[in-house]
Design a protein around this ligand. Structure first.
Ligand code: CTP
Length: 219
């Protein structure tokens, strides 16, 4: 019998990549799903660290909340806690690209070209997925088409144990909405659909599924 609480890392929200002090590249992630997952995990008695990009949500009680802005900051805070965690849930919508150059002063309109040179950001999930020893690693796949196909590709490429796939870009689902439908695919071949339902209910279902997985591992 192992009495130590499950240590859980949840990332949430968008990241921002600035090209000058007042302008950035980002995405419309609200953070609602990640915050709901962190809350459901804390309610299970897990020791939760929530690493969050900029969102308009209040910090949930009963957990460590770490606020970050850029993808590299999210990577640093997540990687620092990863070796000691039992489960990583990467629900953040990390900006895939960042401007190659960041001006230290505001760029004036007449100096700003119409083309912004970009470079990829570090893939946090992929980096940590391939470093895992015994952690359960859960990724997310937000897709507009071929949801299951792309989700399976990400599960393998990022060495996840589970991938939570959802369709975005439609009214009433995904990024900014309160409701969602998720498909949870396991590397063990399992597949489950939850919803359409409020993100809070989906988060509870997902955490329950992961709790069962972690408890069966501990036996
Ligand atoms: N992710 C990450 N670091 C990044 C980009 C994404 O950790 N720089 C994580 C997300 O948190 C999510 C998963 O990877 O759990 C899937 O992200 P997504 O953007 O959908 O996948 P990509 O690998 O960026 O693929 P594509 O943009 O081609 O769909």
């Amino acid at each position: 019998m192992n009495a130590r609480p499950i240590r859980c890392l949840v990332t949430a929200g968008p990241t921002r990549e600035f090209f000058d002090p007042v302008r950035f590249i980002s995405n419309p992630s609200s953070g609602k799903m990640g915050y709901a997952i962190a809350t459901a995990a804390a309610q299970q008695g897990w020791a939760v660290s929530l690493i969050t990009g900029p969102v308009a949500l209040a910090s949930p009680a009963g957990m460590e909340v770490v606020r970050v802005v850029t993808g590299e900051e999210m990577y640093t805070e997540t990687a620092a806690r990863f070796p000691e965690c039992d489960i990583l849930i990467m629900s953040a919508a990390v900006s895939d690209y960042r401007p190659k150059q960041q001006a230290t002063q505001k760029v004036k309109k007449h100096e700003l070209g119409m083309t912004l040179e970009m470079e990829p950001t570090r893939d946090i999930l992929k980096t940590l997925g391939w470093q895992k020893v015994k952690q359960v690693v859960v990724g997310f796949a937000a897709e507009t088409t071929n949801v299951e196909h792309y989700a399976r590709e990400k599960l393998a490429a990022k060495n996840c144990d589970y991938i939570v796939a959802n369709q975005v870009g439609q009214a009433g689902a995904g990024f900014e909405s309160d409701d969602n439908r998720i498909l949870v695919i396991g590397r063990d071949g399992s597949q489950q659909v939850f919803g359409p339902a409020p993100k809070t209910a989906l988060a509870e279902d997902l955490v329950q599924l992961l709790s069962d997985v972690l408890h069966s591992q501990r036996q």
